[in-house]
Design a protein around this ligand. Structure first.
Ligand SMILES: [Zn+2]
Length: 164
């Protein structure tokens, strides 16, 4: 069998792990090395990319436009927005959905996992996520500025049903 230098080196490094000081020294060395040669690399390879993008600008723009119209892109865009706005990762979103049995937390309507009508309900004061709601329930909650008012609305409904 031929001598496998890569495998040998990997095994050697596993037997001789770097100390934290060595790791730090290597990090500093690599950062300095990058700084020293940065301009050269950016000049060499960066220009190629710029020229390519200029030459094919219309084609790239058309391809991007086509992609943005796909269902996949819209879903990706929506989850990127959810992550930015609520700090909710895709995994956390699906865990939450599963915990609710894929139902709206209020009206128990079946939620579409990727549909834009499934909304992330959060406390406006603390930013804390309360759960997933269908669009109707989410808008309904939003009509009341405070939970206090919402409770009073509920109490009013209960009361008014009994009057007649
Ligand atoms: Zn609902």
């Amino acid at each position: 069998m031929a001598f496998d230098r890569k495998a040998y080196n990997r095994a050697w490094h596993q037997r001789h792990p770097l100390t934290p000081e060595q790791k730090n020294a290597r990090r500093i060395y690599l950062a300095a090395y990058y700084q020293k040669h940065k301009a050269k690399w950016k000049g060499q390879y960066g220009v190629v990319g710029v020229v390519y993008r200029q030459k094919h600008r219309e084609r790239i723009r058309a391809a991007n436009k086509r992609y943005r119209r796909t269902a996949q892109a819209k879903i990706a865009h929506r989850f990127a927005w959810i992550l930015r706005k609520y700090g909710l990762t895709l995994d956390a979103y699906h865990a939450l959905l599963e915990r609710q049995g894929e139902l709206c937390a209020i009206c128990q309507r079946v939620l579409d996992p990727v549909g834009s009508d499934t909304t992330v309900d959060h406390d406006h004061d603390t930013g804390q996520i309360r759960g997933l709601l269908c669009g109707v329930c989410n808008r309904g909650l939003g009509m009341f500025s405070t939970t206090e008012l919402l409770h009073r609305a509920g109490a009013y409904l209960e009361r008014s049903v009994r009057v007649k």
